[in-house]
Ligand binder design. Sequence first.
Ligand code: ADE
Ligand code: ZN
Length: 346
Amino acid sequence: MDHPQPHPQPRPQSRPLPKAELHLHIEGTLEPELAFALAARNGVELPYRDTEELRAAYRFSDLQSFLDLYYGLMAVLRTAEDFTELADAYLARAAAQGVRHAEIFFDPQAHTARGVPLGTVVEGLGAALDRSEERHGVSTRLIMCFLRDESAESALATLEAARPYLDRITGVGLDSAEVGHPPAKFREVYEAAAALGLRRVAHAGEEGPAAYVREALDVLGVERIDHGLRSMEDPELVSRLVRDRVPLTLCPLSNVRLRAVDTLADHPLPSMLAAGLVVTVNSDDPAYFGGYVGDNFDAVRATLGLSPDQLRLLARNSFEASFLDDDEPRRARYLAEVEAHDFDGA
Ligand SMILES: Nc1ncnc2[nH]cnc12
Ligand SMILES: [Zn+2]
């Protein structure tokens, strides 16, 4: 008797490379559609007619031109539920692009300055993070950033105000307009954060010089550098970063949109990998810069010709650089997923 030939099985959709996202501003995940929905719900008038007009405004000449729009659009975020919805939408998108662990930045001063209490922000984000593993399969940490173009006193007051919420906060970071606001301005608040047992990271070398990267390490005692692009201008610093295995959280599509590099083809990621730097790939503000973290991986693969081994190294770095030190079995599971990942010959 003839056995029927099995039908050819449809090729399973290739699964995205498992990765951690370590450089992600939750406010930078505010998509135009959600911004308009929240504006309607909260009675906030936006200076754009519709999502199309808003998207058309996403043409930036530098970091400051982006920050002006970014802080302006935050006006729609008012209630704890708004922050929950924002974070939940990010986690769903991130999970679909292979994110297994996310260390999420937020900017408390950008909200408290508008009269939104810190507790509203932290509790709102926390509600989404609490159910993230169950709902999206993504473990999370929260990192509170100080705005470096605000005063050191304001940063200290923010840390003080965060005391009741420290069980939800893993670390502190430093972001916003870099040039003219060197890391040393925040020595005291970083010392206080360290004394509270908080982990420390800082943006440095995005638009600012390599000297800011050195200062972030020497004065603030940071464990990771966010961006760190301009470290490449200082060979001695590069040797130090390689020797000490200091992770750099790169954001390639952000660097193109904010004109830190001319084109993606000019991005120093391949030279940074070749130099032995511990680099990771992240999305920064994905709603504004044309893609989430998987899109950043796809773009560097396509444009910079990264090999499967290099992509796997980036993913491995992301878990090794993460603040999963309090859960080594989980980190080991994630790393095993990376090693087992099949690129389908791509
Ligand atoms: N790329 C970036 N640099 C500095 N501060 C930021 N805040 C949000 N995105 C930022
Ligand atoms: Zn950033």
